[in-house]
Ligand binder design. Sequence first.
Ligand SMILES: [Zn+2]
Length: 181
Amino acid sequence: MVFWKRKRAAAPARTLWLVKDDPEGSWWCNCPQGIVDAPMHDKQTWPTGGEGWLFTCIRCEKAFMFAKAVRIRPTLEELAERCTPRTEDVGSPDSLELRTDVLMAGPQDWLAVVRPHANGLVEGQRYVFFDGRVLPAVHGPVKFRGLWRNHDLPDLPHIAEDPGVHDVLNDPRYWAAEMGE
Ligand SMILES: [Zn+2]
């Protein structure tokens, strides 16, 4: 009797997507390969705490600031299956109960967010997430309309040396400026 040993061919790493880039180990995700979950936030979540300017790891769901565009083995479709449905517990001010919102019901929702970002990536480039955009982590003026508000800054706040620019990330007044609050 012959037992055929199924040989598991290693899939080539060909999907260009974002993986945690944290050589100093200064962020929370400790996964060997922290693959970035679909970078988005909604208006139910206050962006100050990092929702609007940090990446999140698919596996441990912990946050980090920098990610690098590299080739990985899983396809985007496989990651989409793994990452959906994506839900979020939202507290309401007049009730102690948490409500669970469905942010992404199925893989198509995840892919709809991820594909436009993935298509614009340059292999080896370092990126940050900022209010709906995936931006190269390079110095220079930043001007765009984000999910929360318009941004018109002299430098990318994630890497800005000017504390006045850097600190907008976790400044509630900055994020609230166009929220009428
Ligand atoms: Zn992780």
